[in-house]
Design a protein around this ligand. Structure first.
Ligand code: CIR
Length: 260
């Protein structure tokens, strides 16, 4: 089983992009023209993977709005609008819900006091790993798991709060089809992952763990040669993308789209 998608929702970065949340100030301030160019390349790559794009315009009230992944969890049988864990991002969901309602007949919602960022959700076929993080609380995980279960999926949680460098679950984990996952060193190994084969990235290449399987290709970040060599040797077809300006704001390849 692998990930088959026909569409993605993306949102163009706005002028206020550099005012978003980040813990990576040491990487410098993002350059807006370069950000827009990298976003355009990302969109091109998704199209070349066979996806049709729904592109939402920037909304200057939401500097982090381009990281659309955090606003929804979308699977074949259900779409859920989230309640992002950062207060500055809560309003991002309105435009996403409106766009999703055109694509899906029914949208589920989480209720307070749940908080949940889509970056904490890693779908592996019919199973969902839900990260408990600074953004996703236990109630968010509980509500999402109940919705998923009602639609025939299974779910389990992975607490990443002890792994200080991980903002989201998918900062440190990516599903690459079948029972294969990319993980960062020291990633938690709950029993639900026992039957998985791990492709562990080198500590110096931890950022590269945030890769994305799109149909028959894997989007990987440029600048991490060991990871790319390893994935190629395992037979994966790679599409390498420059995402330096998104890394500066703690974002990566998965965060930039909602795939469905
Ligand atoms: C944030 O801190 O919310 C944004 N600056 C980055 C969000 C990245 N999203 C993701 O990994 N799913």
């Amino acid at each position: 089983m692998s990930a088959q998608f026909s569409r993605a929702i993306v949102r163009t970065p706005g002028q206020s992009y550099a005012q978003g949340l980040t813990s990576s100030e040491q990487l410098g301030t993002p350059d807006l023209p370069r950000t827009l160019e990298q976003h355009a390349q990302y969109c091109r790559a998704l199209r070349e993977c066979g996806l049709e794009l729904t592109t939402l315009p920037a909304d200057e009230r939401f500097p982090d709005g381009t990281f659309v992944e955090d606003t929804a969890v979308i699977a074949e049988r259900v779409a859920v609008v989230t309640r992002p864990g950062a207060a500055s991002r809560a309003g991002e969901v309105n435009a996403i819900a409106a766009a999703l309602s055109v694509l899906r007949p029914r949208i589920e919602r989480l209720e307070a006091p749940a908080t949940l960022d889509g970056g904490d959700i890693c779908q592996a076929g019919e199973h969902f790993f839900i990260g408990i993080s600074a953004r996703t609380n236990a109630e968010g995980a509980r509500q999402l798991a109940a919705i998923l279960k009602a639609h025939g999926y299974t779910a389990s949680t992975i607490d990443i709060r002890t792994h200080r460098t991980l903002l989201h679950l998918k900062t440190g984990m990516a599903w690459l089809g079948e029972r294969r996952c990319v993980v960062v060193p020291g990633f938690p190994r709950p029993p639900e992952l026992a039957s998985y084969e791990f492709i562990e990235v080198a500590a110096a290449e931890s950022y590269a763990a945030n890769c994305v399987l799109v149909n028959d290709q894997v989007l990987v970040a440029a600048g991490f040669p060991a990871m790319s060599t390893r994935l190629r040797s395992l037979g994966f077809a790679l599409r390498t993308l420059e995402v330096s300006e998104f890394r500066k704001m703690d974002g990566g390849l998965s965060c930039l789209s909602l795939r469905l």
